[in-house]
Design a protein around this ligand. Structure first.
Ligand code: SAH
Length: 360
């Protein structure tokens, strides 16, 4: 391992850890807060002109610092969605997307380079997991996008490349950093984490009692269909996943939203909708506690390498209707950035393919 990699990652430090570091470098503790705030605004140590040169040099010698750089940037002409392909310090890249809603700007960030989960419809997992993102790289996406766009980011969804609960410790550290009032200061209630269903991770997360929103990618309510499209279902089936969801709700008091990607001929029939409603009602609700349940319906984004096709508009509307009739709130996800390929993993795939093409 090179010396660079062994150094502490500056962007991953809490103000308290930074204070200890400053003291160990012979600097006063109060410097830490100034540095923390500037770092989280996207100012590099070299640019911190309010801090003496000798201090900056000592800090740079003791730590490593890298903000993701913009390798590609696509702006939707339809809705202003911005998609970034960010390059990390080792040359790997991940995607982040800035989405404009009426209530403000939300960023979708990646949690890993690639993904090990193997969902059959997903572009991010082709090629597997390369590595986890560090806490500083998770945070770096938010800082770099805010700096590049000049906009205030009000919310975060962890729905980009990767499985956040497969990178648990870095994700939890990131959440506390991005929530810090001296830093980016995004409230936990404005943060969602999406998982394909790692039950052990859901339980660990519940124990922390962070008031974030948990999204669960369900995509099918029966084990046969779910196992065929999501290998994780062979480890934790629908029943054990929904039992974990119930525990999450009773521990944290936070409701869970479910993602359901509609794939033509696979999981989009009215019978599948009825079954989904039945399973959710039975697993999550009791006579005395009718937990609110929300399902986001997402017509599958067609990925070149897969054979899955979108459910048609009528099938989507009919599916939503059956859910509503059975007491489950459902919304059809508005597609943002349709003109810039703004869905999971597709820009990184295209970039990898282009690079490979050049090498051939
Ligand atoms: N690993 C996490 C978060 C990343 S994926 C998870 O599985 O939840 C974010 C969401 O996009 C998930 O619901 C995922 O199933 C969905 N998704 C992946 N590929 C898709 C595609 N081609 N079309 C529609 N949704 C997709």
């Amino acid at each position: 391992m090179s010396q660079m990699q062994e150094k502490t990652e500056l962007l991953a430090l809490t103000p308290e850890e930074l204070a200890e570091l400053m003291i160990s470098l012979g600097e006063p503790r109060y410097r830490a807060e100034q540095i923390f705030t500037q770092l989280h605004r996207g100012i590099s140590p070299e640019e911190m002109t309010n801090i003496g040169k000798a201090t900056r040099e000592r800090l740079s010698a003791a730590t490593r610092y890298h903000l993701p750089t913009v390798r590609r940037k696509l702006v939707s002409e339809i809705d202003g969605t911005v998609k970034y392909l960010f390059e990390l310090s080792d040359g790997h890249s991940v995607e982040s997307v800035l989405m404009r809603y009426e209530h403000g700007i939300t960023i979708c960030i990646s949690s890993q380079v690639g993904c090990a989960m193997g969902c059959k419809f997903c572009a991010s997992t082709i090629g597997g997991r390369v590595r986890n993102l560090s806490a500083g790289e998770l945070l770096g996406q938010v800082i770099a996008a805010a700096k590049d766009s000049g906009e205030r980011i009000g919310g975060i969804v962890m729905m980009g490349i990767g499985e956040p609960l497969d990178n648990f410790d870095n994700v939890v550290r990131f959440l506390s950093l991005v929530n810090h009032e001296k830093g980016v200061n995004i409230g936990y209630r404005h943060i969602s984490l999406s998982t394909c269903g790692l039950v052990d991770g859901i339980d660990r997360l519940a124990a922390l009692r962070l008031p974030i929103t948990l999204s669960v990618s369900l995509h099918a309510a029966d084990d046969e269909t779910r196992s065929a499209i999501m290998p994780i279902n062979r480890r934790w089936n629908v029943a054990s996943l929904l039992a974990a969801c119930r525990r999450y709700y009773t521990t944290t008091g936070r409701r869970i939203s479910f993602e359901y990607t509609l794939i033509a001929g696979k999981n989009d029939s009215p019978e599948a909708a009825k079954r989904l409603a039945l399973v959710l009602n039975r697993s999550l609700r009791t006579r005395t506690d009718t937990m609110p349940i929300h399902v986001n319906l997402i017509p599958v984004n067609e990925v070149e390498e897969t054979a899955f096709r979108r459910a048609d508009r009528r099938a989507v509307a009919a599916f939503a209707r059956v859910l509503e009739q059975n007491g489950i709130r459902a919304t059809v996800r508005r597609k943002l950035g349709a003109d810039i390929n703004a869905s999971c993993g597709q820009l990184r795939r295209a970039d990898i393919k282009a690079t490979q093409g050049k090498q051939d």
